[in-house]
Design a protein around this ligand. Sequence first.
Ligand SMILES: [Zn+2]
Length: 141
Amino acid sequence: MVNVPKELEYEYLLDRLYELLPEQAKAPARFEMPRAAVEVHGKSTVIRNAAQLCQVFRRDLDHFFRFITKELGTTGAVEGGAVRLKGRFGPATVQRKVEQYAREFVLCPICGKPDTHFIELRGVRMLKCEACGAVSPVPEV
Ligand SMILES: [Zn+2]
């Protein structure tokens, strides 16, 4: 049994390191809602950065696509990293739906953090929070 001096114990070092971190590094990063880049072309609306939005949300583009077409009561297509919707929808309308998507499928309802993923619980899709561990129901899409 080797006697390690307290100054070299792993836990002690971690504590010391944490104390030395600037306050900002300790505080959880506030989630910044991404903005949809929306263009209306003739009779259709294109969300140019749909893939980027999904990257921030860490969700499948297909899932987001199903949500937004259902919510706006239209059809459309995934075109590369963009989503084309049939019909004209203003940027504010699209943005509201993007924020609704984040609230319903990304942000933890308990702690508000975006570090979540889907799990299946007895065949039901749930939202599992990696930050606080909460498991919450999510709507079907
Ligand atoms: Zn949480």
